[in-house]
Design a protein around this ligand. Structure first.
Ligand SMILES: Cc1cc2nc3c(=O)[nH]c(=O)nc-3n(C[C@H](O)[C@H](O)[C@H](O)COP(=O)(O)OP(=O)(O)OC[C@H]3O[C@@H](n4cnc5c(N)ncnc54)[C@H](O)[C@@H]3O)c2cc1C
Length: 430
């Protein structure tokens, strides 16, 4: 059995007939929405066509990163992608396709790679990221969720002088948005993290970031909510919607119909297909990534690391060590690739000393739901009065899950929202 499998109390297997709120998608965003909706007194049913609490986060890097406020669409990104594809070191590969939705997405992405758009995106991501990080810490503490949460910051390290120079500018940008940054030379970094290789020449720590085991975080939420009456129904796919009078009346699922007053769509990279059932177009492309979880090496790293010039993350999770990275745009499948995983391991080994032989426990792939401006989509559907989208979190679904849950509950319950919703509105893509 995979160690990623659900360990909490077993989810229910029969589909209730009705719910105040039906959440489609039991990934990290759907679970966070369920948490806040239940806290707002709503009776919630979460369905997923696969297992609950897996989705695209169970094997992810496990980092909560308010420091990641520069959107994925930013100046210099396109040239960086081309360079990485030529050198074959990553971090991004782009699937060639003539699918019109894919091409439209590409054009929108390219248009967002400007300083102005990136600045506006950073302001929005800063507000979301910091509130979300606070909420995550609050939930974990209040509910006693045992997920290895450690707020030790994130060490960004570099071995390439040009990448380090560019990273210093990024650190300045982060600082200008209120992220606390500590800058280090090579010797100081090696003192902080003795597992770093001689090739590391400098870097910085973003103090506000944290790490955890995302699978344990999600099973913790499910355990808490199961005790509060939230129904989790795995292996139940949304097949269609029945609508009348501008709203959704019922969900048609692979296990029968579910009547709901409100519907929350939290289907990650699969959202375009779900939205199409409502006649809506949501610009999300899958950004496939990989991770490998190994038994903690005898002399492995102690810190959460982002090896910035190789685009891989390392998360020591107690007895485990997780290495992750890569982004393959336009791949809607979750098969792990041994070739990519070997590349990720090689990229880690190029900067971090690891035991020669590692005991591999899990090889994993997941799909980042990537929007063309790098911001999530949170808000009421443009066309349907009782449908709310909570999708498009890209590389930040774990980081922004809690704040998304909070905003979704406020939207559904018609309360004032903690943050301005315009930057993340589903209506921003005409
Ligand atoms: C390699 C990698 C590393 C990452 N590292 C980090 C990190 O360190 N920090 C961070 O913040 N983020 C990270 N991410 C991103 C994060 O994992 C995603 O943003 C997040 O998983 C998105 O969550 P979600 O709930 O929107 O979608 P998902 O987690 O994909 O969940 C969507 C769920 O919807 C279900 N579903 C889809 N269609 C239907 C249907 N028709 N009916 C019923 N159910 C359906 C799916 O089965 C799935 O369970 C990483 C991603 C990858 C790939």
């Amino acid at each position: 059995m995979s160690y990623l499998s659900f360990e909490g109390s077993p989810p229910v297997t029969s589909l209730p007939r009705r719910a105040d709120v039906a959440v489609i998608g039991g990934g990290v965003v759907g679970l966070c929405a369920a948490y806040e909706l239940a806290a707002h007194g709503r009776q919630v049913v979460v369905i997923d066509r696969g297992p609950i609490a897996r989705g695209s986060a169970a094997g992810n890097a496990g980092l909560i990163t308010p420091s990641h406020l520069i959107p994925i669409a930013a100046p210099g990104v396109l040239s960086g992608v081309v360079r990485g594809m030529i050198r074959r070191t990553g971090p991004v590969t782009v699937r060639p396709s003539i699918d019109p939705a894919y091409l439209r997405w590409m054009v929108r992405f390219a248009r967002n790679c400007t300083s102005r758009a990136a600045h506006a995106g950073a302001v929005a991501l800063r507000a979301l990221g910091f509130l979300s990080a606070d909420l995550a810490a609050e939930w974990i503490g209040r509910e006693g969720i045992d997920c290895g949460y450690r707020k030790l910051g994130l060490l960004y390290v570099y071995g390439d002088p040009a990448a380090l120079a560019a990273a210093r500018h990024e650190a300045d940008t982060m600082e200008s948005h209120g992220v606390t940054i500590e800058r280090y030379g090579a010797a100081e970094l090696r003192e902080l993290e003795p597992a770093l290789d001689e090739g590391v020449i400098g870097g910085f720590r973003s103090v506000d970031d944290a790490g955890l085991d995302p699978a344990r975080f999600m099973s913790g939420i499910v355990s808490v909510l199961s005790g509060r009456g939230v129904a989790f129904v795995p292996h139940t796919g949304l097949l269609d919607f029945r609508t009348s009078g501008g709203g959704v009346d019922r969900l048609v699922t692979s296990r029968g119909d579910l009547v709901a007053d409100e519907v929350v769509i939290a289907t990650g990279a699969w959202t375009p297909g779900v939205a199409a059932l409502l006649g809506e177009s949501v610009p999300i492309q899958a950004g496939k990534g990989y991770s490998m979880t190994v038994a903690a090496p005898r002399h492995g790293p102690r810190n959460n690391l982002l090896i910035g010039d190789r685009w891989v993350a390392v998360n020591p999770m107690g007895d485990l060590l997780r290495m992750s990275g890569w982004l393959e745009l336009g791949r809607l499948d979750t098969r792990p690739s041994l070739r990519r995983l070997a590349q990720i391991e090689a990229n880690v080994r190029s900067r971090v000393r690891l035991d020669p032989e590692l005991t591999v426990l899990e090889r994993w792939a997941g799909l980042r739901p990537v929007t063309p401006d790098g911001l999530p989509i949170i808000g009421r559907s443009p066309g349907w009065r009782n449908v709310t989208y909570a999708v498009g979190h890209g590389k930040l679904g774990l980081s922004l899950g809690p704040v998304t849950g909070r905003l979704v509950a406020q939207i559904v319950c018609d309360r004032p929202t903690d943050l301005e919703l315009d930057p993340v509105s589903p209506r921003r893509f005409p």
